[in-house]
Write a protein that binds this ligand. Sequence first.
Ligand SMILES: Nc1nc2c(ncn2[C@@H]2O[C@H](COP(=O)(O)OP(=O)(O)OP(=O)(O)O)[C@@H](O)[C@H]2O)c(=O)[nH]1
Ligand SMILES: [Mg+2]
Length: 452
Amino acid sequence: MPINLLIVGHANTGKTSLIRTLIRDKGFGQVGNIAGTTRHVEAVDIKVERRSVLRLIDTPGFEDSIGLWDARQQPEYSGVTNYQWLETFPDTALGQQEFEQESKIIKQLINADIILYVIDSRQAPLGKYLDELNVLACANKPIIPILNFSHPATEQQDKWKSVLAERHHHAFVKYDTVAFFFEDEKRLYQTLQSLAPSQYDALQTLLDTRYEAAKQRLDEATKYVAEMLFACASKRIESALYPPEKNVQEAFENAVRSIEQSAILRLLSLYDFQKEDTLVNTLPIANNRWTQDLFSPESLTEWGLQAGTSAATGAAIGVSIDILSAGLSLGTATTIGALLGATWETGKHYKETIKSKITKKHLLCLQDATLTLLTFRAITLIRHLHQRGHASIEAYKLGMDVDDELKSLTSELPTLWKAIRQRSEQNVIQSSKNQKLIAELKSELKVYVTLD
Ligand SMILES: Nc1nc2c(ncn2[C@@H]2O[C@H](COP(=O)(O)OP(=O)(O)OP(=O)(O)O)[C@@H](O)[C@H]2O)c(=O)[nH]1
Ligand SMILES: [Mg+2]
């Protein structure tokens, strides 16, 4: 038999959202920013190896716990135990009319094994919440308080902790259905393990499976980004003129944009998000594309980046494009190598470059700053998707995730960019040299996207 886990709390504290996150299904129930979204009890099972281990029971929120607790204090119930009161109250006229919502919760309390009491930890522990705890305590069942809305930490959380400790609830769990951290979920399952030892092993299997899945998904996501960056860094286009004609420049930019767009689509589907999901809407992404244009000069500054200043930067045509052979009297491979700051490889690409010089063509490719911008945006997206939230209130501000640690990428990746630029994009991505470069990129990126 599964453990009956009753999810209760004040209206609008995130009970349904919590269930969605725990079962990894954003289709469960109704979630909304107004109190009283859930009107009925609804249950869903979490299975391990096709066996139901946990039954999560969603309930409507408490609306008038002060009135309810007041009803409990009435003289007619003076000789009745708390538990007897719970058993009988939902069938009374008062229970059926004035406290219709609360009665739905009370009925479920009787069958519950463990109660998860969901708290909006941005709110102070007011009397109405304490009365909710009084009512729940009547059931004589273990209660795990969930401090929801816990990221970022609020000053009310400490007040909640002491109020809960006064009521002997020491094993609370911090949670946030928007900023989801695997560690928080782990703590919840560990608490459940201690309260329901009969399901200890099944819960452990569940935890291990989830951890493995999260790790693999993160690894896959990082690979997608490395492949996208490789494709962008090796992308180049010939231009007969310098500066290039508008249509040539646009063709180049569009080619890069569409590489990024496909990667975004791949990442969203890897994480099982649709473009209209709330979490995705909090990011400046529309139609699987960042609303901020990759090639507008403001984009670099918004992410704290500067356009390159080397001779190779095509400042004349906008900050985002390098012209490899731009207007210089290149005679030797060494000169081109110096321009790129790398030893130019002999072989196919070398010939191609020389040919383009002789025929007075120029090659456009992405400058470092734009590649870093692509990297920052991709890491930001992975971090968001990985947190797997299902609701958000604050919109994402561009560049806010670029901490000092992430900034160090700016100086660590240029060597790789140079090596990749020298690869011809006609080279199949599967070639062993290209795969090696992608793997190197991936391991650089991995440091910045960890499980917690
Ligand atoms: N930032 C943030 N928002 C959350 C969190 N949990 C829920 N929300 C949002 O809060 C609102 C209420 O969430 P619900 O899951 O509908 O809350 P509920 O407790 O089921 O509400 P009722 O069914 O009305 O009692 C929604 O807009 C959610 O997106 C959280 O941990 N952090
Ligand atoms: Mg609800």
